[in-house]
Design a protein around this ligand. Structure first.
Ligand code: ZN
Ligand code: ZN
Length: 247
């Protein structure tokens, strides 16, 4: 028996394939429970928390200077012990890879409603990279799976263009300020992609944002290589005390 089959078998015993919402059916999220999600209508400035549906972070109090990305799009409001939290925790920490289909569907629904249409020539998708050590532990990069799903559904090109060459301390145990310092210059654009991303608008995908420090480092690297706009999209925004975390 190969490893993947064994993994599926173990997962089926530990987490039988029934809907995480209602316990029925033979999938992790049934159509009925999927429809119960209501997407965030009005996006909030990640710095000052005021509603800001425009393209860039709001200009009040210097919010715009805080981050290198141009917009943060959140799909769903995060609540502890909610169905969304169950799905994300099982995706990331119980390694149920298949959950990327339903979480990807949430992501793509919000992307389509926020962007309306995509300029295929000018726009591309990328994702927050995982350090090799983390990748080995989890067996997949959750953001990459979501990004691949989004690329498939939109027809946009996906570039695996970001690299996390060094392993920095795990963010989870750090304060907000320490997280920002810990990550500085930890993410780079891979050499082969430097020219390709010039003047492009980039949709940067991650599963969850807390401080936005990882998204910011990715955006900084992309802009340094000449990207035009960077739009970040995440399933949910969590706080420090939540069970969902960046990375
Ligand atoms: Zn259900
Ligand atoms: Zn603001």
């Amino acid at each position: 028996m190969n490893f993947m089959k064994l993994k599926d078998l173990v997962l089926n015993v530990l987490f039988p394939k029934i809907c995480f919402g209602c316990g029925n059916g033979d999938c992790y999220l049934c159509e009925k429970c999927f429809r119960k999600f209501s997407l965030v209508d009005h996006q909030i400035c990640p710095v000052c928390d005021r509603i800001n549906d425009g393209e860039i972070l709001c200009s009040r109090n210097g919010c715009r200077k805080m981050f290198c990305f141009d917009k943060l799009i959140v799909c769903l409001n995060y609540e502890k012990e909610s169905l969304l939290s169950k799905l994300i925790v099982n995706f990331k920490y119980n390694f149920i890879e298949e959950l990327h289909f339903c979480l990807g569907e949430i992501l793509i629904t919000q992307m389509n409603s926020q962007f309306g249409h995509y300029e295929g020539e000018k726009t591309l998708i990328t994702f927050v990279p995982l350090h090799k050590k983390k990748f080995k532990e989890r067996g997949f990069n959750q953001s990459e799976l979501l990004a691949k799903y989004a690329a498939e559904k939109t027809g946009l090109k996906i570039f695996d263009c970001l690299d996390r060459p060094e392993f920095r301390r795990d963010q989870v145990s750090l304060s907000q300020k320490e997280r920002l310092i810990n990550l500085v210059d930890s993410i780079k654009v891979k050499k082969d992609f430097e020219e390709l991303i010039q003047y492009k608008n980039i949709i940067l995908i991650d599963d969850v944002a807390t401080t936005c420090s990882t998204l910011n480092e990715c955006s900084k690297a992309l802009k340094k290589s000449g990207a035009n706009k960077v739009y970040c999209i995440v399933l949910a925004r969590g706080s420090f005390s939540d069970s969902i975390k960046e990375i």
